[in-house]
Design a protein around this ligand. Structure first.
Ligand code: F6P
Length: 500
């Protein structure tokens, strides 16, 4: 794959995006797709039709349609742990396979139980606030969706705590009344240090254990460690990866903040995108386009970074969410057979919200020496009624993608914009639960398809284990009860412990 992509990149050379677009104006529409409320335009990616044909050949050879089927049928696509990754079964039933149907049934039962708990909490007029404790996949998805979609008249105000730094939970609890607050501890494993520590602080602060809930695949441990009764526990399963889990009971905080109908709309939006991703031919498949252009940027153009810029304040947490989704999924180098992938895999994903970012690091994107491909995300219709502001927002979005792509010549090198910087524009008609469901499902499927193209596993995360083990081993040294083995760590500990 690498060789074929490199050949295409060499043929295309450094030619400007402006030349590519003006030389083939139909690409403005031909390189665009719509799935329900989600529109995507790839015309400003540095590919032409010939390079695209090669990319689609690669997709065919990798049999991406079969890979999508394996995913939704519940085959062990998480091959290092011999598990399915059935997040699609949490939101739809597009597979007749036994594993997928069983998963969908279990998900439906959990959803019904969650709905009853949501109704109970909403009916309790004493409860004004909910504190959700979790980290990584047990935090970022619900946090993003609640931040994006909750309204000032939300039935309860949901707060999130993830960091093991107790300043986070202190700051959250300071303005809350324990008698009017419910707590949720979300942890698939119920063994995550940060969540157990924060969960214990929350439990003690609440005092009354009847307002503490848990979401976990390890109900036994949740019961043992936190004394949470089974009726206040919601399930998780090993066939859902943490970073793919906001559609499960991990979305309990979402349902509490937005209400159950909105949560179901979110699921339905994602399910509609799932159907598109599984059933559409390669050339009409938005997830495939997104994955192929990602692979192109990484392996043909050598981009070591990929940016994401939502031009909507409500999506400000999307970059953080995508960092986990994409980098925890694709930050690997071992293939199925244990051999080295032999190709660069995930670039560094980063980003921020427009238009703020234009006044901080965009200088480097326009005139720096590195080309950073970017996903720009806009929302056509605003909900805030300030049309002047919304027009300014959209004009900034359009201007940035144009300036990055086309640049501007100048005889003064300091004032020259080289252009040629690729981007994809994703547009939501409006920021509804359904549209957000479409968008997040797009990123999930693109991530999986990139993994298939690179031959790596999108669903394990062994890379995070070593640091956790070492941190546990270092706790006695921090308490002064042991010495660290590593001389540098020993010196650092002596600095930390020295009285000053
Ligand atoms: O440290 C990585 C990780 O395992 C993530 O994959 C996961 O989303 C997060 O920790 C939280 O795990 P848990 O839900 O088991 O607490």
């Amino acid at each position: 794959m690498q060789k074929r992509l490199a050949e295409q990149a060499a043929r295309l050379g450094q030619g400007s995006l402006w030349e590519l677009v003006t030389g083939d104006p139909a690409r403005a529409t031909d390189f665009a797709l719509r799935v329900g409320p989600l529109y995507a335009n790839f015309a400003r990616q540095h590919v032409d039709r010939e390079a695209l044909a090669v990319l689609f050949d690669i997709a065919r050879e990798a049999d991406l349609p079969a890979a999508m089927r394996r995913l939704v049928d519940g085959e062990p696509v998480n091959f290092t742990e011999n598990r399915a990754a059935l997040h699609t079964a949490l939101r739809g039933d597009l597979s007749p396979a036994r594993a997928a149907r069983d998963a969908h049934r279990q998900a439906g039962e959990a959803l019904a139980r969650m709905e009853a708990l949501v109704a109970r909490l909403h009916a309790d007029s004493r409860i004004t606030d909910v504190v959700s404790v979790g980290i990584g996949g047990s935090d970022l998805g619900p946090r993003l969706v609640v931040d994006a979609l909750s309204r000032p008249d939300a039935p309860v105000c949901v707060h999130f705590v993830s960091n093991v730094d107790a300043s986070a939970i202190e700051r959250t609890l300071v303005g809350l009344d324990p008698a009017r607050t419910a707590g949720i501890v979300i942890s698939k494993s119920f063994g995550t240090q940060e969540t157990l520590l924060n969960g214990a602080i929350l439990r003690d602060w609440l005092g009354d254990g009847t307002r503490l809930f848990a979401v976990s695949a390890n109900v036994e441990r949740a019961g043992r460690e936190f004394g949470i009764a089974p009726e206040r526990m919601l399930p998780m399963w090993d066939w859902v990866g943490g970073r793919y889990s906001l559609w499960s009971a991990v979305g309990f905080p979402i349902a509490l903040a937005l209400g159950m109908p909105a949560f179901r709309e979110l699921l339905a939006g994602a399910a509609a995108f799932d159907r598109h991703a599984v059933e559409s031919p390669l050339e009409d498949n938005l997830a495939v386009w997104h994955a192929l252009t990602a692979v192109w940027n990484r392996n043909a153009l050598g981009a070591a970074a990929q940016a994401v810029f939502p031009y909507d304040e409500r999506l400000r947490l999307l970059p953080a969410y995508l960092q986990q989704l994409v980098m925890e999924s694709l930050g690997k180098q071992a293939r199925h057979d244990g051999e080295d992938a032999g190709i660069d895999t995930v670039p560094v994903w980063w980003g921020g919200v427009g238009s703020d970012v234009q006044h901080s690091f965009f200088q480097a994107l326009h005139q720096g020496t590195q080309q950073v491909p970017a996903d720009f995300i806009g929302v056509s219709r605003s909900d805030h009624g300030h049309e002047g502001s919304h027009a300014a927002m959209l004009s900034n979005l359009l201007a940035q993608t144009e300036a990055l792509a086309n640049g501007q010549p100048s005889t003064d090198p300091h004032r020259r914009y080289p252009g040629g910087r690729p981007s994809t524009l994703l547009l939501l008609d409006a920021l509804t639960p359904s549209a957000l469901g479409h968008l997040l499902a797009l990123y999930e499927h693109s991530t999986y398809l990139q993994a298939v193209l690179w031959g790596i596993n999108a669903f394990d995360q062994f890379g995070v284990e070593l640091g956790k083990q070492m941190a546990t081993k270092l706790l006695p040294a921090l308490r002064g009860e042991a010495e660290a083995d590593d001389p540098v760590t020993r010196e650092l500990l002596s600095q930390i412990r020295a009285p000053r």
